[in-house]
Every structure is written in structure tokens, then in C-alpha cells.
Write a protein that binds this ligand. Structure first.
Ligand SMILES: Cc1ncc(COP(=O)(O)O)c(C=O)c1O
Length: 429
């Protein structure tokens, strides 16, 4: 008898979390409704007591969203996933599942500008204090920021747009020492290139808007839990370990164990804040995930070829791409993202900000958009757009110089992409 074979990542992308029965739709269908029918009051009561796996109301769960959640949990190697209306919502409710007013988070500073603002401005107004730290400092320095009320350590596996690679060994050691979860935003890397839960993270977040959807068709977010963190060990997470009055004194960790974090996310935070993903967006994101493995391979290949071309271009001052030998994050990239360092690269045109703006204007095939991870090659100037809320010194701390142009390299022919960059650079002179 042949030994049972565990499906590879590629097969999970294509088939994971959904198998049609005879006569059923081959593609997970869009269940476009708000509500579900029951036979009696007891069926409904069981739902409200979290005793039933059935659906109640689409703000809390829906069949189409559930397929996406299960697929992403499978791809990230976690125990459960919760989809949200956006990546921002995913980060927000993750922090709120860990912290109350008066609590504290340590975050790497090389993160997406919107997350920096969410953590450093909006959550601060709610009484949650965040210290941003240079992620390249030694563990001992980062640990100096720890306080008795620290509840999480946060970073991006591949920083947007700094293209820094998180040192997982160091950050998981820091989080373990403090007794809190390591939360990692895996948006730019995706599980096709990096699986944070296998590298010491406890919770993974994604803006599915980017590579997971991959076609620039819908905004969404996802949270996946690893299922191994002991929420009771430190006594720091009463929301998960103490009785919840809105569920008749239920204790999430005691009842749900390895899926306690995600169960509370839905049952309390999505319930109260209403940031659920719509079924149509789940359907579209799931369509994208089915080809994630292939798309990421080609995004990496094209980005590497463009990075090498730009590196030798006389009009280009510098190129940052962690896949390039000599890049500041090359070694960490080889260690943690050995299959490739994604499709995003950054560079500066000789002549600074003005030359960079001229270059952008002259692109033809390539579009200027506030987005990454699309199949179409696109560019952005973060200092004047996504990171404009930050001061210049905060921008520098987030790895953004005034001349930085971020490129999200798409899936067109690399020859056409290079032709477009060359003609736009030629017009800068
Ligand atoms: C790394 C990262 N995390 C989170 C977000 C926020 O996601 P969304 O735009 O889906 O709210 C983004 C958006 O660009 C991002 O790049």
C-alpha cells in the first residue's frame, strides 16, 4: 500500500479547504445572504452559546468567507483564520484582542505607514501605547522597551516599503522572554514565500488586498493563529482566560484551546466592531489564492531581473531588493525567504525627488497606483503618499528616503517592463 502523502503547498493553493461533492459547484460558490434558517429556539440558543458550528448572521460568519479562512489557515500552517473587511481591520482587532487601555506593544519601526499610524496615533488615543524600535538592534536593546503591561511584539516579515526582513529568531526570542505573542504581518511575503508560524510567530496578519487577491479587485484582511501560545501562562490576557459575561461566563482559552484567539476575534471583536469580510470579497480573494504559488514565483523572478537591470543603469542611484547579493537584508532573506523576496523593490533615480517624479510621469506600461501585489507593474512615491502623515525623521526611521520609488513588479513580460523603465529613465536627463 502506498504511504499517505501530505499535499504540497501548491496543491493546497489549488484544492485546499474545499472539495465539491457529486453535482456540487466545483468552485466555492458565493453565498450572498445575511441570515440562516433554524427549526427551533434551541438551535438558535446553541449558536448564541457558541455551542453550534452553524451559521448565524453574515457579520459573524458565512459559508464563502469560511472557505477562505480555512484555506488561509491551511496555507499559513495555523489552527484557524478570521477574515476581516481590510488589512487595517485585521491589525486593529488583533491588537484589541490582546490589549486593553493602559497596555503596551513593541513594534518594529519598518512597517507600512497605515499600520504605523494605526498603532502610533489612533490606538494611542484609545490608551494603548506603542514603542517603535529599530528592528536591527540586538535583542537586549529591544528588550529594554519591555514593561509589565507589554502585551505583544509586532513586525512585518518583509517591511513595506523598507524591504527589511524580520529576524525571526531574534524577535521570537524577545517575545518569549516577555511572555507575549509575536504578531507578524506577512502581507508582502505571503505564505508562498514565508510562513511566520513555522519561524516562531504566534499570530499572522495579512492584508489580503495585496498578493492574496493579487488582481487588485478587493480589499480584505486575515488573521491566522498558530495555536501553540499558552494564553494562561502569564496571566496577561484576561480576555482569553477570564469569564466573558456576554457568553454566560465562558472562558475562551479553556473552551477553545488552540483556536481560542480566533474564536474570540469573531465572537467578540468582529461581533462588536462589525469589520467582517463580505462574501463576494471572500470569493474573489479565494480565486486569487488558487494561483498564489505560481504568481509569487513569477513576481520574484521578474523583480530580481528588474533589480539587476536597474542596479547597472547609469540613471539609477541605488536599488534595494533583499534578493540582490550585497543588499542589507540579503542574508536574512536567504535565511527566511529562500524561495524569493517577493515582487516589490525600491530604487532612487539620480537627481533626487524631482528626477524621480519626472520618471514616474514618463512611464507608459507601468501605472502609478497606491497599491502593491497586483499582476500589473505599478509604482509609487511613498514619501509624498502612503507615508506622508509621518515626519521626515519618522519616514527615515521607517526606511523611506525622499527619493525612494517603490515598484511592485507585475507579471508582464520582463522585457516589456524593462523597456518601459528604460524609456522613462531616458526622458529624465
Ligand atoms: C504590509 C501591510 N499591512 C497592512 C496593510 C493594510 O491593508 P489594507 O489596505 O487591506 O487595509 C497594508 C496596505 O498597504 C500593507 O501593505
Amino acid at each position: 500500500m502506498t504511504k499517505e502523502r501530505k499535499p504540497a503547498f501548491e496543491t493546497k493553493c489549488v484544492h485546499g479547504a474545499y472539495k465539491a461533492g457529486s453535482g456540487e459547484p466545483q468552485v466555492p460558490p458565493i453565498v450572498q445572504n445575511t441570515t440562516y434558517r433554524y427549526y427551533n429556539a434551541q438551535d438558535v440558543a446553541e449558536l448564541f452559546d457558541l455551542e453550534s458550528p452553524n451559521f448565524m448572521y453574515t457579520r459573524l460568519a458565512s459559508p464563502t468567507v469560511k472557505v477562505l479562512e480555512e484555506k488561509m489557515a491551511l496555507l499559513e500552517g495555523g489552527t484557524a483564520g478570521i477574515a476581516t473587511s481590510s488589512g487595517q481591520a485585521a491589525t486593529l482587532i488583533t491588537v484589541l484582542n490582546l490589549c486593553n487601555a493602559g497596555d503596551h506593544v513593541i513594534s518594529a519601526s519598518n512597517i507600512y505607514g497605515g499600520t504605523h499610524n494605526l498603532l502610533g496615533v489612533s490606538l494611542k488615543k484609545l490608551g494603548i501605547d506603542v514603542d517603535f524600535v529599530d528592528q536591527d538592534l540586538p535583542a537586549e536593546e529591544i528588550l529594554k522597551l519591555a514593561k509589565p503591561n507589554t502585551k505583544a511584539v509586532f513586525g512585518e516579515s518583509l517591511g513595506n516599503p523598507a524591504l527589511s526582513i524580520l529576524d525571526f529568531d531574534k524577535f521570537s526570542k524577545v517575545a518569549k522572554e516577555i511572555g507575549v505573542p509575536l504578531v507578524v504581518d506577512n502581507t508582502l511575503a505571503t505564505p508562498a514565500l514565508c510562513r511566520p508560524l513555522e519561524l516562531g510567530a504566534d499570530i499572522v496578519i495579512q492584508s489580503t488586498t495585496k498578493y492574496s487577491d493579487g488582481h487588485a479587485s478587493c480589499v480584505g484582511g486575515m488573521i491566522v493563529e498558530g495555536g501553540k501560545f499558552d494564553w494562561a501562562a502569564s496571566g496577561k490576557f484576561p480576555g482569553l482566560t477570564e469569564p466573558d459575561e456576554s457568553y454566560h461566563g465562558l472562558r475562551f482559552y479553556e473552551k477553545f484551546g488552540p483556536t481560542a484567539f480566533c474564536t474570540r476575534l469573531t465572537a467578540v471583536l468582529v461581533r462588536d466592531f462589525g469589520c467582517a469580510m463580505a462574501p463576494l470579497n471572500a470569493y474573489l480573494t479565494h480565486q486569487g489564492l488558487q494561483t498564489l504559488h505560481l504568481r509569487m514565483e513569477r513576481h520574484c523572478e521578474n523583480a530580481m531581473a528588474l533589480a539587476k537591470h536597474l542596479q547597472d543603469h547609469p540613471m539609477v542611484e541605488w536599488v534595494a531588493y533583499p534578493g540582490l547579493p550585497g543588499d542589507k537584508y540579503y542574508e536574512l532573506g536567504q535565511k527566511y525567504l529562500p524561495k524569493g523576496t517577493s515582487g516589490v523593490l525600491c530604487f532612487g533615480v539620480k537627481g533626487g525627488k524631482a528626477a524621480g517624479e519626472k520618471f514616474l510621469e514618463n512611464l507608459d506600461l507601468t501605472s502609478i497606483v497606491v497599491h502593491v501585489g497586483d499582476i500589473r507593474t505599478s509604482v509609487l512615491h511613498p514619501a509624498s503618499t502612503t507615508h506622508r502623515q509621518l515626519s521626515e525623521s519618522e519616514q527615515i526611521a521607517a526606511g523611506i528616503s525622499p527619493s525612494l520609488i517603490r515598484v511592485s513588479v507585475g507579471l508582464e513580460s520582463i522585457d516589456d517592463i524593462i523597456y518601459d523603465f528604460d524609456q522613462a529613465l531616458a526622458q529624465v536627463k
